[in-house]
Design a protein around this ligand. Structure first.
Ligand SMILES: [Zn+2]
Length: 110
């Protein structure tokens, strides 16, 4: 119960969790645990929980529509030399020369 980070706004240690984010009752500041977690090295895992690293080769475990285009990446598509980035779409990669951001939960390490 004591590992909640101090409030990034006022530095009080009264932080408590509320749903999926943290709240400071002293100043009312709210922030997400993701932000707090980013202070430590982020962990990237594939759909099976296998850790991923920059330069890994992965395959897609389902068809993925590419946001903002009519492209559909087929299940089983092999993607090499991925780069891991922070964010909701945490895998930066190139498929058929197109630069894409995908989610690690839809792929498995090849
Ligand atoms: Zn505060």
């Amino acid at each position: 119960m004591s590992e909640f980070p101090a409030c990034p706004s006022c530095n009080e240690n009264m932080t408590y969790p509320d749903g999926d984010h943290l709240v400071c009752p002293m100043c009312g500041h709210e922030w997400s645990e993701d932000t707090a977690d980013s202070q430590s090295a982020p962990q990237y895992r594939d759909a099976h929980g296998t850790p991923l690293q920059d330069g890994d080769t992965v395959t897609l475990i389902k068809d993925l529509k590419v946001k903002g285009s009519s492209t559909v990446l087929k299940m089983g598509t092999r993607i090499s030399n991925i780069r891991l980035v922070e964010g909701d779409h945490d895998v930066d990669c190139r498929v058929d020369g197109q630069k894409l951001l995908l989610k690690s939960c839809f792929m498995k390490k090849a």
